[in-house]
Ligand binder design. Structure first.
Ligand code: 5GP
Ligand code: ZN
Length: 114
């Protein structure tokens, strides 16, 4: 059994509210939402972060972007706008070392981020 939290969520060993899934990813609601809409898009395949994406896997990033746009429509934030981001490493603010994107919306975002 893996000790990666998001691998265990992908495998269904730990429950999460799934809002979308396809062959490459699942999307769940964040357990500690930072906006009215806060969805996590988790790669089904374990990669520690976006830094591990390589040219051998050309489909994953494209799939993530397309899925995020679809989920934004489903969640009713596509027209107002939203933020899609991935934290990378310690100073990037990454807490879970399994590639995931945050889709945040439903309120005005600030810049620069904290
Ligand atoms: P990171 O800081 O790695 O970019 O983001 C990790 C995110 O995962 C955080 O927003 C945190 O709230 C969320 N998270 C941590 N544990 C769980 C969990 O067990 N279930 C869900 N749905 N989200 C989680
Ligand atoms: Zn993992």
């Amino acid at each position: 059994m893996t000790d990666c939290l998001f691998c265990r969520i992908v495998a269904g060993e730990i429950p999460a509210e799934r809002v979308y899934e396809d062959a490459n990813l699942i999307a769940i609601r964040d357990i500690n939402p930072q906006a009215p809409v806060h969805i996590l898009l988790l790669s089904r395949k374990h990669l520690a972060s976006i830094a591990e994406i390589d040219l051998a896997d050309p489909v994953l990033m494209h799939t993530l972007a397309v899925a995020a746009a679809k989920i934004a429509v489903i969640e009713g934030i596509a027209g107002r706008g939203y933020r899609l981001l991935t934290n990378t490493g310690s100073e990037g603010g990454q807490a879970v070392a399994h590639l995931h994107f945050h889709l945040l919306g439903g309120r005005q975002m600030g810049w620069p981020p904290g």
